[in-house]
Design a binder for this molecule. Sequence first.
Ligand code: F6P
Length: 558
Amino acid sequence: MPETALPASATKPAWDKLAALADAPDGRLITPLFKADPTRAETFSASFQDMFLDFSKTSISPEALAGLLDLARAAEVEDFIKRLFAGEPVNMTEHRSAMHMALRSKPDAGYRAVLPEGGFEDASAVAAHERARMEKFVRAVHDGSIVAADGKPFTDVLNIGIGGSDLGPRMVSQALTFVHGAKIEPHFLSNVDGHAFAQFARQLDPARTLVLVASKTFTTLETMTNGHAARDWMAAALGEDAVHHQFAALSTNLKETGKFGIPEDRVFGFRDWVGGRYSVWSAIGLSVALAAGWDEFEHFLAGGRAMDGHFRDTPLEKNLPALMALTGIWNTDILGARTLCILAYDARLARFPAYLQQLEMESNGKSTRLAGDRVAHQTCPVVFGEPGTDAQHSFMQLVHQGPALVPVDFILAAEPDHDRPEAHRILASNVFAQAEALLAGKTLAAVTEEMKKAGDDDATIALVAPHRVFTGERASTTILQKKLDAYSLGRLIVLYEHKVAVQGAIWGINSFDQWGVELGKKLAQSIIPQLEPGAPIGTHDASTTALMHRFRSLRGEA
Ligand code: F6P
């Protein structure tokens, strides 16, 4: 057992206490907590700068909050935070630090990270060095001193990457250029599906496009397939030489980027202490900087850095990521919620739920504890979401009236970045209304009364009223900030990053590896040649074999 792994027995009494609190009469209700404590809205909230976190609309009582904090202490969360920031190899299955904080740190912050060959390196300095190279490149593209093969400026940037090499830059670029447009129009190609490539080949002019092949490992099948397709597309249109002018690589793997034919001065690197899902702050964020501008990228890093400082230095009772983590633990493990719904009332954050799906589920969708035994609790909930108010007209029916508890994170900026304040009041009113409806619900008596007033007869009321009842007592958390800009978006992302890390520490799992994606990748590699016309189909389960035969016969290639 690794020396930092805690036995499950260390946290068992704290878990048992929480379960007992939930099982007590009214232990899962929210409204009595508000009745009992008129100050609950203040005491069950916390803030950092202008970011406000309200977790009062949950069934966490004062005793439960104390119990959750006891759980965090029993799980040695404070020690975990120290080890994380000290660059200890918290990613123990790969013997790596999880030092993404260095990417947004000041150059002299002194964050360090474990080197594969042993010892530590100055991660802040390494990150600053690469950031300076990125800045030079981005500014040169913007001022026209780096141009396309024909000597004219770039108008479009195509980021080819998947997972962490796509979701972060895609989400952040969209958010930061949504209203005022981009300096260079960003595009994102992730799916190996040839239809996706065909769409870009139709839309983009190869002569005006800068291609970024973004892959930490530079071996990911999807990205390499699309990277080669883009290379062929450009070489066919402009000649092989254009590839040298119009391609750059974002990767940790210099050997492979060289093999691909990208010159070293066009390779922007990062280290293996940056996990894919934490890499938007690294060279992987180059498309963000190209689209939104270097200064915006710096503001983005500054927001992330500010939240790092808050997380590292604030006691758990006032620590936003820790409080969010504990709220999630209560909802998931104690109340049994299997999902988490992310509702950002902000069209600019349309990709935020997709981003969080990887962050949360790839980090904490695990069942084996550091100690090697199986977790005794649920770990990561299934994360899903859509921007509000769109979501209200699709899946919110289930959230309000379905039998399962679906906790919601509402996210809202008080000030819009447009000049229609009335539209923003309408948007905001829906956040408050949804959260209030989830909490308060509507009783049969209230529905009956309402229907009577509307002139419905008794038979109609008896038939319809039960369907119009809302049980209420449904948990939500609200994150409210002054506005959404590069700084506050950086802060918001890091809030979730550290929330996920705290939850991983409490569950006793490694949040920083992702072995669960390997098996499917390997099998796909072995199946590819078996889909060639006439190739023998290997040994599979009967269903897979039959489907492969049918696939080939539908293509006339049996
Ligand atoms: O499939 C999982 C994964 O390894 C992610 O963790 C990662 O973000 C993604 O693939 C892409 O990896 P790479 O950046 O190495 O191409």
